[in-house]
Design a protein around this ligand. Structure first.
Ligand SMILES: Cc1ncc(C[n+]2csc(CCOP(=O)(O)OP(=O)(O)O)c2C)c(N)n1
Ligand SMILES: [Mg+2]
Length: 186
């Protein structure tokens, strides 16, 4: 993803997720500052709507969005717009069927007592199918690169879902910002 976003001079749109806090916002280089789109206030659910604008601004160059299942679930209307406009975009959607950031904060600060962070997210394949949005799912890390390249080569809008529960946990859990904004500074 890092290489494809940079070398392709792609607009890279991000929601507030584990994937972005750990690598999307840090590791993926942008070819120019205006190609990075992220909600400054940190509210989830802005990734898909911003991706519509980012993709339209990106024109012929396919944009890339990196979002979670929780943030995406807030955006049924925007998903239909994205499909309707056939935005030139790959939406990489990391699905752990959870507010993963919140699960990790609860593990780190509340001895693993979890509340209201497991999500009843839809079957995104069937949802995408029902609104005419191309969808592919990856459940092994080894398959991601080829699937991502195929999605980048597919005209219009594609949702590339990554089954994070099949892949397993991150090597290091992200439990909130290190500065202690989530209240965990020791
Ligand atoms: C509007 C809003 N509500 C709640 C939060 C708190 N919050 C931060 S990250 C997050 C979880 C997002 O879930 P998902 O999109 O599935 O990404 P994941 O954390 O699982 O990677 C939540 C609820 C927020 N930032 N903004
Ligand atoms: Mg999630």
């Amino acid at each position: 993803m890092r290489d494809r976003v940079f070398s392709g001079r792609r607009t890279f749109i991000r929601d507030v997720t584990i994937s972005n806090s750990t690598f999307g916002n840090r590791y993926v280089s942008l070819a120019a500052p205006h190609l990075g789109v992220h909600a400054l206030g940190g509210g989830i659910g802005q990734g898909i709507p911003m991706a519509i604008g980012g993709a339209i601004a990106g024109g012929e160059v396919k944009s890339v969005a990196l979002v979670g299942d929780g943030g995406t679930q807030l955006c049924l209307g925007e998903l239909t717009t994205l499909a309707d406009e056939d935005c030139n975009l790959v939406v990489v959607m990391m699905n752990d069927r959870a507010y993963g950031v919140i699960s990790n904060i609860q593990d780190a600060q509340f001895e693993g007592r979890r509340a209201y962070c497991r999500l009843r997210t839809p079957d995104f394949g069937r949802l995408a199918g029902s609104i005419g949005l191309a969808h592919v799912k990856v459940d092994r890390i080894e398959d991601f690169e080829a699937a991502f390249d195929r999605a980048l080569a597919t005209p219009g809008a594609v949702m590339l879902e990554v089954d994070m529960n099949a892949i397993g946990p991150f090597a290091q859990p992200f439990g909130g910002p290190p500065a202690g904004a989530a209240g965990g500074a020791k």
